[in-house]
Every structure is written in C-alpha cells, then in structure tokens.
Ligand binder design. Structure first.
Ligand code: SAH
Length: 501
C-alpha cells in the first residue's frame, strides 16, 4: 500500500491572508486536514471539497483530543496512504508541540515536510504597531512561554538572563502574568517598562491593552482581559503610540452582515474585510437560470428587430451571454444593436465580452435610465430588456408610454436561500453593527428568514444600496440608517465608512 505524506503547516496568526503560498498549496492538495483551535477555520476553505477535516483543538483545561491521540490520528491517516496536513496556529515549531509531532512521525517512518508560518508573537507585535527591534532602542529579542497549566516551565526560565533582553514576547502567559511580572521585577527590570497584551492578534477582534510592569495586572483584572494573547515587554512597546495602524482602519472591529448571493458576495466581503470589518456572509438570495429560455432564444434569433438591448445586472449579462453561446452564437450577433447597461458592474461585465456599452445612465435606477434613453429617442424604437423574473416595471411602462416597443424577458430568477436561516439567526445574536442590503429581494428574504428574531434588530444599522431597496425596507417597517449616494457596492461601502467616522 502506498505510504502517505504529512505536511506540518503553520496556519499563521489568524488573518487568512497571512498563510504562506506553500501552506495554501498544501491545504489545496490535502486529503485530510487535522487542525487546532488557534488555526483560523476560514483558511479551511482552501481545502478540496472531499477533504476530511478533523478538529483536534484544545483550549486549556477542556482538552478535546490529547496529544497522544493527535499523534495517533496523524500516523493512522498517513498510513492509509493519504496526503495529510497537520495545521497548527502560527508557526508549527514555536510553542506548538510541532517538534514532538515530527519526532513521532520519524519514529513511525512517515515522510514529512515542515512549512513555516508567521508566529503569533511576531504578528501580534506588527499588528499592534510595535517594532520588535529598533536601532538605538534594543538589539535582542526573546520568545518565551508563560504556560498556563502548571508553573514548571516558568521555573525553568532564567529570569536574570531574560530580564536583560531588549524585547520579550510571552506566549500563553495571561493567566500567569502576575508571576511573570514579579519574576522580571525581581530580576531587576524597571517597573516603568512598557508592556502590551495583544488578544486575538490580526483578527478584526484584536484588542491591545497597554501598561507598565507596575500597573498591567491591575488593568487586566479591571478590563477582564482574557487569553488568547501575546505579551510584549520592552521599551519598543512605546512606539505603538506613533505606529499603530491596524485599529485605525475605517471599519476596524465592525460586525457586518452581507446578504447578497454567495457567488456575488466575494468582492464586497473582501473589501469590507480589508477595511477591518468582521464579515458574516449569510446569503438571503440565490440566483438560478430562468426555467424556460424559449422566449430568450426567439429574441436572440430575431435580434435584428431590436435597436436597443438593456441589461440591468451582472447576472442578466451572464445568463444572456450563456444563452447566446449555447445557441452557437457570439458577440457579432449584437453588431447592429445598441447596448444600455445599468450600473458600472453591469457595464464591466459587458466590456469583458469585448463589447462597448453605448448608453450608460448616470444614476443606476430605472428613472434615470429613461432619462438617458430619452436623449436618443424612444418613440418607434424596439427594446429588448433581459432581467430577473421579478423586477419593477418602471422601464417597460415608461418606454411604452413614450411610444416605444419593448420585450421584457426574464433570464434568471432570484430565490430565497433557505440554507442561511440558521446562520443568520445565530449571527444576529452576535450583536452585529450593520446589515447590508444590496437589492429589494435581499430585504424581503432577510425578513422572511429571520422570522421571530426581529427583536435582535434593535441596535443594528441597516445599510441600503439605493432608494428602491430603502423603500422596500420602509414598507416592512424599518428606516434605513444609511443609503449609498452612488447606487453601487463601492457607494455602499463609502456610505458605511462615512456613517462610522
Ligand atoms: N505555534 C503558535 C503558538 C501556539 S501556543 C504560534 O506560533 O503562534 C498558543 C499561544 O499562542 C496562545 O496562548 C497565545 O498566547 C498565542 N496566540 C496564538 N494565536 C494568537 C492570536 N491570534 N493572538 C494572540 N495570541 C495568539
């Protein structure tokens, strides 16, 4: 039987973008991933669909799986011939028992590779704006454990030597902070030495508590500061005042729900995350192709009768062109028709098909579309509008009123995404700051999905992409807290930033 292979991979400190490229590749190729409490679950999304995920996390005291069992599982899976990733928070060889696991693999003649990760001690300092070494301030740096379960390891530490280091980083030290501080002071470290505790470093929940050796224990009690945290001690900590950057992000720590369809949420969520937010993707809609394409096929076959094609969304573009392709045609079919796009994302999707957009209304609502169509003349012209099954009829009504002809053809449907019901209700209990609505159907479905949980909405702000979505919200009985000036995802993000500043 083919022997397996084990990759001991460092998951980095938390922020999923801080995994190495090699680590990501291992995750993508793994048959089995065995992961810890402090390895961010988000990076498990790199795994193959059929990859087996095994959680062996341990929080101090309630160990889920003990180390012997973890070792046994790794070896067992490898012996089944699997490609195993043993995913560990931070770096596998820094206070993570990675060394023990590697020795165990060696004893069992299992091949392995070790993939470094950014260790949380280093990342915590950087994300807190603390340079670990600084010319003229310090020239040494030490990493130490402040182990919580017993004091054995603490007593093994040479406190005299440690107290002479420029900068100290303690892992697992929150519970034993009083002893750590005491030992350092006894060894001669000044009680005015600055100290910073960084909890959940690199996550939107990052919390930095600053003090001195003198007052830090009192502060920890008062603020109820808890693990997991990194402790950084030394004069360099003072530089944070000038260098802190992560917490200055415009949406730092804000909890935001994204309700748009999952295949469209990506870019929006990513941008919000880059701005520091904790994003919960709970799609309330899903987009499916329309069940009957006979009218669309007929319109495409007879495209020469139309003068103007109107596309109102990225989905409209996608399904229209999918169908065009399905009929064995390409962009040349549209050679003699003018194309009108609503919204920049729709226009970009059309341009990706190597087609120019001829008519691009300034505002991205139906009323503004009519205004720009008026400029080229509506009377006597024939329009083809491809859009969602359920949509407002302002465009067709106004075109007909002005003596134009229009065929309205549904090319996709928006369905309620039932799968989000539980996650949505769970998420709302997390006291989120904003719920974002990017269309009327996200609003309607959101309220249907949350059912009785409306009482959880008291403190939440509703962020609406534009007036039509806002009206839908009002009809349900809620006033939007903010509305985008520019009815795009970008506009919505700007409005949230403004609301938050
Ligand atoms: N191998 C890991 C460390 C494991 S020991 C690494 O290289 O980072 C576990 C300790 O790491 C925790 O008790 C805590 O002190 C620290 N830790 C891990 N991730 C952290 C994070 N995101 N923020 C703060 N501390 C973290």
């Amino acid at each position: 039987m083919k022997e397996g292979f084990v990759y001991l991979v460092g998951a980095g400190p938390g922020d999923p973008l801080l995994v190495t490229l090699k680590g990501k590749k291992c995750l993508e190729e793994a048959d089995v991933i065995i992961y810890d409490y402090l390895a961010n679950k988000e990076i498990l999304s790199f795994a193959k669909k059929d990859c087996q995920l095994i959680y062996v996390g341990k929080k101090s005291k309630d160990h889920t799986v003990d180390q012997d069992n973890i070792n046994r599982i790794i070896v067992e899976k490898a012996k089944e011939g699997k490609k195993v990733v043993r995913l560990k928070g931070g770096d596998p060889f820094i206070f993570g028992r990675g060394g023990e696991e590697a020795l165990f693999l060696r004893e069992h003649n299992i091949e392995y590779e070790i993939v470094p990760g950014i260790t949380s001690g280093i990342a915590a300092a950087l994300y807190a704006g603390i340079p670990l070494t600084m010319r003229g301030v310090n020239s040494t740096l030490a990493l130490a454990t402040g182990h919580e379960s017993d004091d054995k390891e603490l007593s093994l530490i040479d406190w005299d030597a440690l107290s002479k280091m420029g900068t100290l980083i303690f892992y697992m030290g929150v519970k034993n902070l009083p002893q750590i501080v005491d030992n350092l002071k006894k060894a001669g470290m000044k009680s005015t030495t600055p100290i910073a505790l960084v909890r959940w470093a690199t996550y939107p929940e990052q919390w930095v508590l600053e003090g001195t050796l003198e007052n830090i224990c009192e502060l920890v009690d008062k603020m109820k500061f808890k693990a997991p945290a990194i402790i950084i001690i030394g004069e360099v900590v003072a530089l944070r005042e000038k260098l802190k950057w992560f917490e200055n992000k415009p949406l730092f720590g804000k909890k935001i729900i994204v309700t748009r369809a999952s295949d469209q949420a990506g870019r929006f969520s990513q941008k919000l995350r880059e701005l520091g937010a904790r994003v919960y993707e709970t799609p309330t809609i899903k987009i499916v192709p329309y069940k009957d394409y006979s009218r669309l096929d007929e319109a495409i076959e007879n495209i020469s009768v139309y003068q103007i094609l109107i596309l109102t969304s990225v989905n409209g573009v996608k399904y229209f062109f999918d169908r065009l392709k399905n009929l064995g045609k390409d962009g040349r079919t549209l050679a003699n028709i003018k194309i009108c796009a609503i919204g920049p994302a729709t226009a970009d999707a059309i341009k990706e098909k190597f087609l120019n957009v001829d008519i691009f209304p300034e505002k991205y609502v139906a009323e503004s579309v009519i205004e720009s169509l008026d400029k080229i003349g509506i009377k006597g012209k024939k329009f083809l509008l491809c859009r969602a099954l359920v949509a407002r009829d302002v465009i067709p009504d106004e075109i007909r009123l002005r003596g134009g002809y229009i065929d309205v053809i549904p090319v996709y449907e928006t369905l309620k995404d039932e799968e989000s019901r539980d996650k949505l209700q769970r998420t709302l209990r997390e006291e989120v700051h904003y719920i974002t609505f990017t269309s009327s159907s996200t609003v309607k479905n959101f309220f249907e999905l949350i059912g009785e949980e409306r009482r959880l909405l008291e403190k939440v702000k509703f962020a609406s992409i534009g007036p039509v979505t806002s009206d839908t919200l009002r009809k349900i009985g809620y006033e939007p807290s903010l509305e985008a000036e520019n009815y795009t995802i970008h506009g919505l993000i700007e409005a949230i930033i403004k609301d938050n500043s």
